[in-house]
Design a protein around this ligand. Sequence first.
Ligand code: HEC
Length: 179
Amino acid sequence: MRNGRAVFVGVLCAGLSMWGLAGVAAQAPKPQAGGVQAQRVHTDLVHLMRGIIYPASNVIFAVQSVDPATIKPENDPSTSPNPLTSTYGQWAAVENAGLALAESANLLTIPGRVCSNGWPVPMQNADWRMWVQELRDAGMASYKAAQSKNQDAIIDAAGVVAEACSHCHDKYREVKVRC
Ligand code: HEC
């Protein structure tokens, strides 16, 4: 019974992703010599947001109201799913979240990714690239604020992050027809 359902879901997903990727196949990075791809897209834009950008930004937003140095590590920090209470917790987690956001700016400009509606991510647009850069800068500002271990600095940086998200969302997420 379970297997039957898994097969059905698998076939459905394969069908959907073929439908979604068909329109952008021409943009997909070509394999380099030896068949190795330097970059490969594994998910659509919405899952990139949910899986990488949203969790990283939540670490930065969380420390607007709590000093990360006061956050108690888990009993076994090595298995904590919460970066702030993990082995690399407290201010280190905030540094890492800033770096994750800055790195994720690269993921927003890899050719071949589609939006949840199947359209190509509009990475050729000047304003898309501008807001990707804003996210990159906000990530690095958070990283530097976390390095300084200064609560006021991280509150300011969190504001810059929130603006970077909403500038792009105002055009490309809220107005569904665009992405
Ligand atoms: C350069 C543009 C851009 C930036 C910057 C950006 N987003 Fe997004 N985001 C989008 C678009 C477009 C969508 C809709 C994606 C889709 O439907 O495929 C989206 C979707 C999302 C979703 C998924 C919502 C759902 O329907 O489940 C989350 C969560 C999200 N963004 C969080 C963030 C956060 C947090 C930030 C800032 C740290 C951010 N995004 C920065 C463009 C951006």
